[in-house]
Write a protein that binds this ligand. Structure first.
Ligand SMILES: [Zn+2]
Length: 383
């Protein structure tokens, strides 16, 4: 599945209608949740709530809900169903009522693209109509059947359409015969087993002052006033910018690692647990703003695209063991250099940890080295 994102160019009227669609979606999600809460003793499965989205249910009252496309209604209810099922499987918390829904989802009906694929028309009873798509990707190559979902999202800087296209993305970049161990840290974003490090960009810290100021602006303004609304939008835009910077950094770093390596060994950190367990507020904050989780997700994604490996290694003792002789050299966080009294090996503590991660990973049964092979493109150019 790949996702293409376009900004929607729409008029004030269309914006209001899109907002209405999103509000309806929120209403449906909450109505479904209310229904389940009132009927908790009854049997529940994934079809229980679907009837709620049907036409008959809204005929007498809440007729506004019928303006939204029927599949969009189904999708809204499905979100609540999934949250409830996750709760039953102990994968999620007790579902809550939503007050900040920002999107609605269309599947196969309720929309069409023009011949040039430059405009999206929403064809439900809300009469949102034709909107220009602003983006670099070309939708020409895909049939309507391949576009499984369109998610319309409201962000601080406008409305977006996300096209979820059902094709597998594969790129052949060849194998290099190299493997690498990665240690993630707060001092440096990552240190690899070759001793190279990538600095932590600290986008959040840089923007923190500005964010604080904007936050203050919002709280100073009178509740419900239009000035508060404006200040809020400014704050949201800044958050959005920081979020995009982080995402961009993580994507590029993950891609770069796979361009020069076949297998990436990464410590299997549970970011949520680390945040919960840590005593120091400043460290908790640093961990939560550093986006290791996203980095791991992108490494996984690229390993699939390039047909390479991502192997997660238990991080236990990786910073304490000597990567050269295996001796346990106990040290607390303030000691930045690993120095072994037995074999004399000396390195930065993160480099030593990365070497340990590489060593442990290569000894794992699931590690199967890739054979060195140039990509097809390189072969063509050699001929
Ligand atoms: Zn040693």
């Amino acid at each position: 599945m790949i996702i293409y994102q376009y900004k929607l160019k729409c008029s004030k009227v269309q914006q209001a209608l899109l907002d209405e669609a999103i509000r309806t979606c929120q209403f449906l999600r909450n109505t479904a949740l209310r229904y389940w809460m009132d009927h908790r003793n009854e049997k529940f499965n994934k079809y229980t709530l679907q009837e709620l989205a049907s036409e008959n249910n809204f005929k007498s009252e809440h007729e506004f809900a019928l303006k939204l496309n029927s599949q969009a209604r189904q999708q809204a209810v499905l979100r609540t169903t999934n949250a409830i099922l996750r709760f039953f499987k102990k994968q999620g918390k007790f579902p809550k009522f939503k007050k900040d829904v920002r999107s609605f989802t269309l599947t196969q009906t309720g929309w069409k693209l023009d011949n040039e694929c430059n405009h999206l028309t929403l064809t439900d009873k809300l009469k949102i109509g034709k909107m220009k798509l602003v983006g670099k990707r070309n939708l020409h190559f895909y049939t309507k059947e391949q576009i499984k979902q369109i998610i319309i999202v409201k962000r601080a800087d406008g409305y977006y359409a996300l096209f979820c296209i059902d094709i597998e993305r594969k790129e052949d970049i060849g194998y290099t015969g190299k493997n690498i161990g990665i240690d993630l840290g707060l001092e440096n974003f990552l240190t690899d087993s070759d001793g190279k490090h990538i600095e932590n960009p600290r986008f959040f810290k840089k923007s923190e002052v500005a964010l604080k100021r904007l936050q203050k602006d919002v709280s100073r303004k009178k509740k419900g006033s239009s000035n508060r609304k404006k200040a809020k939008i400014k704050l949201q835009r800044k958050h959005l910018k920081v979020q995009r910077q982080r995402e961009d950094f993580v994507v590029k770093t993950a891609r770069q690692l796979y361009l020069s390596n076949d297998t990436v060994f990464l410590e299997d950190l549970s970011v949520t647990k680390m945040i919960q367990k840590n005593k120091f507020k400043s460290i908790r904050k640093s961990i939560s703003t550093i986006c290791w989780g996203k980095f791991k997700d992108w490494l996984k994604r690229y390993s699939e695209i390039f047909n390479k490996n991502l192997i997660l290694v238990n991080p236990k003792n990786t910073s304490q063991l000597c990567s050269c002789c295996g001796l346990m050299v106990a040290k607390d966080l303030s000691v930045r250099v690993h120095s072994c009294s037995s074999c004399g090996f000396e390195a930065h503590r993160d480099h030593n940890a990365a070497l340990n991660i590489l060593k442990i990973g290569q000894g794992m049964p699931k590690f199967k080295p890739k054979e060195r092979k140039s990509s097809n493109m390189e072969l063509v150019s050699l001929c």
